[in-house]
Design a protein around this ligand. Structure first.
Ligand SMILES: Nc1ncnc2c1ncn2[C@@H]1O[C@H](COP(=O)(O)OP(=O)(O)O)[C@@H](O)[C@H]1O
Ligand SMILES: [Mg+2]
Length: 147
């Protein structure tokens, strides 16, 4: 089963972290994940698992205030965790230089990427949407899109 193209229901935070770990295991330099879902859906939680799957030891916290957090994955590749909650437009994203992290060598996970869909219109991306079902259940949809 290809984990990078499916819908999964997780029944706890722990299950979401485990799913993230499986995803992280499959990622390669240049891969970029665009995450959407309401506040508290579990975007940061899933990304914590992805970090584990990439063998990042540090606990990943939300970059809501710092906007970007960077973790080395190998000599040539970094894992970039971004949060666009406070970004209002594509222009703001490019002017701040945040877009330069999205390149061929980094692995990126971007929370609230749907705020600037016009920036991500063209290219190869994994889209992950997390929907809140109830207190402990989440529906996580992962698909790859490229054009
Ligand atoms: N199945 C689940 N998957 C992920 N988080 C869950 C789940 N069930 C409950 N939670 C809780 O929901 C919250 C998700 O928070 P967070 O990952 O920071 O969301 P976001 O980054 O989308 O705002 C956490 O408090 C977590 O414990
Ligand atoms: Mg978050």
């Amino acid at each position: 089963m290809n984990i990078l193209n499916k819908t999964v229901i997780t029944k706890s935070k722990k299950e979401t972290v485990s799913l993230g770990k499986l995803i992280g295991n499959k990622l390669n330099p240049g891969d970029c994940l665009l995450l959407s879902g309401d506040l508290g859906a579990g975007k940061t939680t899933l990304i914590q698992g992805i970090g584990k799957g990439l063998n990042i030891r540090k606990i990943l916290s939300s970059p809501t205030f710092t906007l970007v957090k960077e973790y080395p994955v190998s000599k040539t590749s970094n894992f970039i965790h971004m949060d666009l909650y406070r970004i209002k437009s594509k222009e703001e994203f490019t002017k701040s230089g945040m877009n330069e992290y999205v390149n061929a060598t980094n692995i990126c996970a971007i929370e609230w990427a749907d705020k600037i869909t016009d920036y991500f219109r063209k290219g190869h991306y994994y889209y992950i949407n997390i929907a809140y079902i109830n207190r402990n259940n989440r529906k996580i949809h992962i698909r790859k899109r490229s054009y």
